[in-house]
Design a protein around this ligand. Structure first.
Ligand code: SR1
Ligand code: MG
Length: 405
């Protein structure tokens, strides 16, 4: 009999099943349980527990004491509390795009949530060149509500400060500060550079002093601008999708940071899908169709975000000075500027840094991968250096086509 109430340890499949029986008031007494560890992320353990008899299932997510990707990253299991808390807030604002959670356990650092196994991870689906026409609509609803309603514009100032405190997430933020904002922009030992792309990186990224300066400014903004309760890692691997439904998962990097961080991550990861399509779809018509889907989606993510943001702004009871003429425009433009910068940062770090994306690494042919990487880095520089000029979906798409086509 395992004791789950006194001391934390990381569970194996057997123990996760026993935990589900004892601690989760979820399965019937005659349940016949099976369990599989299905986590493929960089950090946590994800157990899928199925009652084969009554055809019922649940997910148990446990935080380990170190990251799975490398034990160099010591990350407090308290991130599990942060993840479970933000999922509850997101569920309150956008239940249609957030998984339902059931129980958070501060001893075992785990929580249970609805099993979404009829969905697919969006990155895997995009690598198979599947398309999801409703994604832009769904993700903009998710982002506008979670980002605007958690900001000082819409939250009482004292309540917001208490929330900022409870979502202080120093270790996970440090990972982002290092892996996104610092290491990719110099010849850091921890980077993993594809050899064929190295000469380009040495000259155009590590050799560009202006680019480095801009990333320093952006890093300090990321560390100090407690604008909204952001997801903090909103790439296509954090999205569960099927044709008519989208659910956002894995917000363990959540904290109060710049709203544009989430939007920029979505757009950059769609650009990786574009680069993958370009490198791997041999049939010209099929390739054009997929590329068109991606550019339309990127355009819609930006333009629908703006439309929905402006609508919600009008409907929301706001902080007094936020009503001054011109403030709404100023605020939205600053989010778009941050979005463009983060597009550039995410494109760069996934190519140069430690944490790669399969859209790029699955490109088998050396020359095609080198081309995809150089094209993404070329776009990335423009997004960072000229971030103030990206104000519409068309502005983003124009730059993508210029660098990638
Ligand atoms: C050590 S964690 C590496 C990366 O995986 C996560 O998904 C985040 O993107 C992080 O930067
Ligand atoms: Mg994740």
């Amino acid at each position: 009999m395992t004791d789950f109430s006194t001391e934390y340890f990381t569970m194996n499949e057997e123990q996760a099943m026993e935990y589900a029986k004892k601690k989760l008031d979820y399965f019937k007494s005659d349940a016949e349980l099976t369990c599989k560890e299905i986590g493929d992320g960089n950090l946590n353990y994800v157990f899928q527990i199925v009652d084969e008899k009554n055809k019922n299932s649940i997910i148990l997510k446990q935080a380990g004491p170190v990251a799975r990707i490398s034990d160099e990253f010591k990350v407090s299991p308290d991130r599990n509390r942060i993840e479970s808390d933000i999922l509850k807030i997101q569920y309150e604002y956008v239940p249609e795009h957030t998984p339902k959670t059931y129980r958070y356990d501060p001893v075992m650092n785990c929580f249970a949530m609805e099993d979404l196994s009829e969905y697919e991870i969006m990155r895997s689906a995009l690598i198979k060149h599947q398309t999801f026409p409703e994604f832009a609509d769904h993700i903009t609803t998710f982002m506008v509500k979670t980002l605007l309603l958690t900001s000082d514009v819409a939250t009482n100032a004292k309540e917001k400060k208490a929330l900022v405190k409870s979502f202080i997430n120093p270790e996970l933020c440090e990972i982002t500060e290092d892996l996104v904002y610092t290491e990719p922009f110099y010849d850091c030992e921890r980077n993993e550079v594809f050899p064929a792309t190295r000469p380009f990186i040495e000259k155009e990224i590590w050799g560009d002093k202006q680019l480095q300066l801009e990333t320093a400014k952006l890093k300090f903004e990321f560390m100090t601008n407690a604008q909204s309760l952001i997801h903090g890692d909103l790439h296509t691997g954090s999205v569960f999708i099927k044709k008519d439904s989208t659910k956002v998962i894995d917000p363990e990097f959540a904290f109060y940071g710049p709203a544009g961080y989430d939007i920029g991550n979505v757009v950059a990861n769609l650009i990786f899908a574009y680069a993958n399509g370009q490198a791997t779809i041999s049939d010209a018509e099929e390739r054009d169709q997929f590329q068109k889907y991606i550019t339309t989606t990127i355009r819609d993510v930006i333009d629908l975000f703006k439309v929905k943001f402006n609508k919600l702004w009008q409907e929301t009871d706001k902080e007094f000075v936020a009503n001054y003429e011109g403030f709404q425009n100023y605020y939205l433009n600053s989010i778009l500027k941050d979005t463009a910068a983060v597009v550039g940062l995410e494109l760069t770090r996934r190519i140069i840094g430690l944490a790669k994306v399969a859209d790029i690494t699955s490109i088998k042919q050396e020359e095609a991968r080198q081309k995809a990487e150089i094209n993404c880095l070329t776009a990335a520089k423009q997004f960072i250096l000229n971030r103030e000029t990206f104000k519409t979906g068309d502005n983003f798409v124009f730059q993508i086509k210029k660098a990638l086509d």
